[in-house]
Each structure stands twice: as structure tokens, then as C-alpha cells.
Design a protein around this ligand. Structure first.
Ligand code: ZN
Length: 312
């Protein structure tokens, strides 16, 4: 295993800030109709260097994602589209950050990074993994943070960093603390989800409506929808969450884990329209060579479809 050195190249670009135009007047906030003068926003452009060489020129590096996750193992979108949506740039598989004792690895997915990482990083047989010592890695991240804050101080206004923020109003360190807080809350929710759903989290329900249409949704969202259905409409808020958690843990998940046919049975019983609310986030339907019909038109065929549960 090769251990590499991580560093960052930082530059500042001035990005035009497009405020809203309401009745011909530029406004910062369409709610208050406060007039705004056209401005440009300073944005940090960060490029990661490994052994002094750029890692990837094709995609936008998201320093905010890295500085949020730091040295916590898990998936991380190190590279993304300029709009902040990785899928928009054709990046569909996760890059994985792995902390292993004194080492930190970045594992890039084959597609599309085999073809788009800078030249000559890896031989054709090698996995796409960069390895750093944790100490040097954290030192590089701290150095980047210091550089960003120094630039922000010099500019005298908040420096945009994340590709999804256009005109930040808080200083970078405050936003970074908030992002890290959200990340920790998300990780806690994920760990609770793992406790509740276990192996169902890694499985999908696949319904084949006909040879051209396949609907795929996470098995755990089927369990969640069934819990919602069982609890009924009378409870609200926290009482509802508690009741759903109880029925999930006591009844639904054990029965689905006992037999995956119970996932299928639940999906048939609930039907597509009821599942859609919960499953929407991860809902995907692929139709090759046909226009996808409206959800309502798929509802009935969904009940009759052949279904199976597969590993994601
Ligand atoms: Zn985009």
C-alpha cells in the first residue's frame, strides 16, 4: 500500500449573485421585497492535490463535504456537479471514506473515476484508493480551514464554499459548525434506522409490471408505510413516531425478516399510491423505449406485478 500526501490548492473567484427580480426591482428576499443591488459573491475554489498533483479535473471538488465529514468513515460526495447534485455530473456511486487505525482511505468507484481521475494514478489492476496517514490528512484539512478563514477575514464578507450555497450570510466557521451538527444528527438517525430495520436496509423490493417497466423501492420504506397504515390517522407528532416505532420493532420488521414474502405481501396490500409517499425519495422506475405512464395508471398493474426482494 502506498501512503500519499494530501494538500489543497485554494483560490477565490468572484461569482455573480443572481437575486430575484420582482416587478422589475432586484430583491434579495422576494418575501420582504427588500431592494438589492447586483453583487458578486466571493467563492472558494479548492482543488485536492495528492503528492502535489491534482486528483481530478473533470468534476467540482466539494471541500464543504470533506470538512464536514473529516475523519468519519462513510460515503462522501468528494466530487460533484457545479450545482451540487452529483448525479447531474454522472456521479451515481458513492466515494467511500474509510478510517482504518492510523490511516485514512478514499475509495473511488470504478465508474466514472477509472476514466476521469488524473492520468497515471493507478495501473489497470489497482483499486482506485488513495491512502493518507490520519495525522497528515487532518493536518491538511486544518491547513485548508485556516486558509479559508484567513481569506474570509481579508475579504471582510462570508466566503461561499459549498456548491449549494449562493450567498452565505454567516461566517464560514459558523456554517461549518452547523454542517457538522447536521452530519452528526444524520449519522445518529442512520444508526437508529439500522437498529430498527437491520438487513432490510440493504434490500429493495422490485416489481416488474411488464417487460419494460420496473419499479424499485427500499424494503424498509415498505415496512415504514405499513407501520403508518397500522397506526392510522388518529395520532400526531411524537405520539405517532413512538407508536410507529413500536409496531415496527415488535411486529412488522421481525415478520419481514422472517420471510421476505411478507415484504411483498405488504406492498401488494398497500399498493403503489400509498407506498409512493414514503418511497418517493428512493423511488425509481426505469422504462426502456417507452414513455413512463402516470403513477395513477401504474397503480393497478402494480398490485398484479411479479415482485421480488433483492440485495441493493
Ligand atoms: Zn448540475
Amino acid at each position: 500500500m502506498r501512503v500519499s500526501l494530501l494538500s489543497f490548492q485554494l483560490s477565490i473567484e468572484n461569482e455573480p449573485y443572481e437575486d430575484a427580480l420582482v416587478d422589475g426591482v432586484h430583491v434579495d428576499d422576494p418575501q420582504t421585497l427588500a431592494p438589492a443591488t447586483p453583487v458578486s459573491v466571493p467563492r472558494a475554489v479548492v482543488r485536492p492535490l495528492v503528492n502535489g498533483r491534482p486528483v481530478c479535473a473533470r468534476y467540482l471538488f466539494d471541500a464543504s463535504a470533506l470538512l464536514t465529514q473529516r475523519d468519519v468513515s462513510g460515503p462522501v460526495d468528494l466530487f460533484t456537479c457545479t450545482c451540487g447534485e452529483p448525479g447531474c455530473a454522472g456521479l451515481f456511486d458513492d466515494t467511500v471514506l474509510e478510517v482504518e487505525g492510523p490511516l485514512v482511505h478514499w475509495h473511488f468507484p470504478e465508474d466514472p473515476f477509472r476514466a476521469t481521475l488524473g492520468e497515471n494514478w493507478f495501473t489497470s489492476a489497482e483499486p482506485l484508493t488513495f491512502t493518507f496517514t490520519r495525522e497528515q490528512y487532518l493536518h491538511a484539512l486544518a491547513g485548508l480551514t485556516v486558509g479559508l478563514v484567513a481569506n474570509e477575514r481579508e475579504l471582510g464578507e462570508p466566503l461561499a464554499l459549498s456548491p449549494v450555497e449562493d450567498r452565505p450570510t454567516e461566517p464560514l466557521l459558523e456554517r461549518l459548525a452547523a454542517w457538522q451538527e447536521d452530519f452528526r444528527a444524520g449519522a445518529a438517525a442512520m444508526s437508529q434506522r439500522l437498529d430498527t430495520f437491520g438487513p432490510l436496509l440493504g434490500e429493495d423490493l422490485v416489481a416488474t409490471l411488464d417487460s419494460n417497466i420496473e419499479i424499485r423501492m427500499p424494503a424498509w420504506t415498505v415496512a415504514l408505510t405499513l407501520a403508518d397504515h397500522r397506526v392510522g390517522p388518529t395520532l400526531d407528532g411524537r405520539a405517532r413516531d413512538t407508536a410507529m416505532q413500536e409496531v415496527l420493532v415488535r411486529d412488522i420488521v421481525p415478520s419481514m425478516l422472517l420471510s421476505r414474502d411478507n415484504v411483498i405481501r405488504a406492498a401488494r396490500e398497500l399498493g403503489l399510491l400509498e407506498l409512493e409517499d414514503w418511497a418517493l425519495v428512493d423511488f425509481s422506475a426505469s422504462a426502456v423505449g417507452v414513455d413512463l405512464p402516470e403513477m395513477e395508471e401504474l397503480a393497478e398493474p402494480f398490485r398484479q406485478a411479479s415482485m421480488r426482494v433483492v440485495l441493493r
